[in-house]
Design a protein around this ligand. Structure first.
Ligand SMILES: [Zn+2]
Length: 357
């Protein structure tokens, strides 16, 4: 039986059966992968064996790996999701996803999404998939979506004026058009290269009807910021199952993400690089022991300052280094063993030329 049909049937069966056998959930977590390879850069890779270890873990621990489209529409429409809902995504459309990842994902019958940079495919880069491979994936039920045309650093630019915005939107819309021309209809979803964005871009994408994904940690619920959705990186040093386990079972921290500060700190424009993250809770009563809320800034523990029952701030003790930095906060879920998880990525940028990554 073909993979797509199996998947559609399993979604149908899941829809009919799961309310009877497992509690409904109103959130889901996304895993982010790049390469399935032992020879590509370790920071964005894990081996086929390690990847199979993740899939087997999900199966053994009764996670429900579901389609990103189903996950998004369920949360947005308020229809219940299966308990322990997980979505698998890949960025960059590397050829090893097709060669190493696809056979394993078919074996476990897990749906997935690939975010594609269209220029490398058009240029027939030997490490990326071809349009024929991508068409084959789509035929098998895989969702393909936008990761810009060329993987440019969207916000490492001299300024964020109208010309900048128009160039960035042209880049994104060009990729969307190429995907549509080659593959037929694809969802209006963007994964930001390197998870880097600013508030002006976020709002423009919202106006254009895009949903967008970053690379900060956390889960997705109705209160999420739909133009800055979090994903848990699961490759390189994050591929260890012991740490991944905590993330898989975590729940989205109930906060007003849409009110988070602009994530780009311009040191060349006099903005101090010790940003304070102000968090407004949406459901204080569901949080575990308030004193157990703890935050980590670039790996160092930092206790938050509570302004009221529903608000706290957290700020680094020292200036953050150039490039990407993350603030992570977790709190135990009342009466359970898992955690609420919140993360915000800051880009400390002084106008210099972007690195070659
Ligand atoms: Zn990428």
């Amino acid at each position: 039986m073909n993979f797509k049909l199996v998947r559609q049937l399993s979604i149908l069966c899941l829809g009919l059966v799961w309310p009877l056998i497992s509690p409904a959930a109103d959130s889901f977590n996304i895993l982010l992968y790049h390469h399935i390879s032992s020879t590509m850069p370790r920071s964005t890779s894990l081996s086929a064996q390690e990847f199979e270890g993740h899939l087997e873990y999900l199966k053994q621990n009764n996670y429900n790996v579901i389609d990103l489209a189903l996950a998004i529409s369920s949360v947005q429409q308020g229809t219940p999701l299966p308990d322990k809902a997980i979505v698998i995504t890949f960025d960059d459309a590397w050829r090893d996803i097709y060669e190493q990842g696809l056979p394993l994902l078919k074996k476990y019958d897990y749906p997935f999404t690939v975010f594609v940079n269209t220029d490398p495919v058009d240029q027939k880069n030997r490490y990326t998939m071809t349009w024929d491979m991508l068409r084959d994936l789509k035929k098998q039920g895989v969702i393909l979506a936008n990761h810009t045309r060329d993987h440019d650093y969207l916000v490492r630019k001299p300024n964020y004026d109208d010309q900048w915005l128009s160039d960035v939107l042209d880049n994104i819309n060009y990729a969307q058009q190429r995907l549509t021309d080659e593959l037929g209809p694809v969802p209006k979803w963007l994964a930001y290269p390197f998870g880097e964005y600013n508030n002006r871009l976020k709002l423009a994408l919202k106006d254009q009807g895009y949903i967008a994904f970053g690379q900060q940690s956390g889960g997705i619920a109705e209160f999420s910021d739909w133009q800055a959705l979090p994903r848990f990186s699961a490759a390189g040093r994050y591929s260890n199952l012991k740490t991944l386990k905590t993330k898989l079972e975590s729940q989205p921290f109930p906060a007003n993400y849409k009110a988070f500060s602009n994530p780009v700190i311009r040191t060349d424009q006099g903005v101090q690089n010790q940003p304070s993250l102000a968090v407004e809770l949406t459901k204080a009563q569901k949080l575990g022991v308030r004193q157990q809320l703890s935050c980590f800034i670039v790996g160092d523990r930092k206790m938050p300052d509570w302004q009221s029952k529903m608000q706290f701030t957290v700020q680094a003790d020292q200036p953050l280094g150039k490039g990407r930095n993350r603030y992570n906060c977790t709190a135990p879920v009342w009466g359970q063993k898992n955690y609420y998880w919140l993360s915000h990525q800051w880009l400390i940028y002084g106008g210099e030329a972007p690195p070659k990554e």
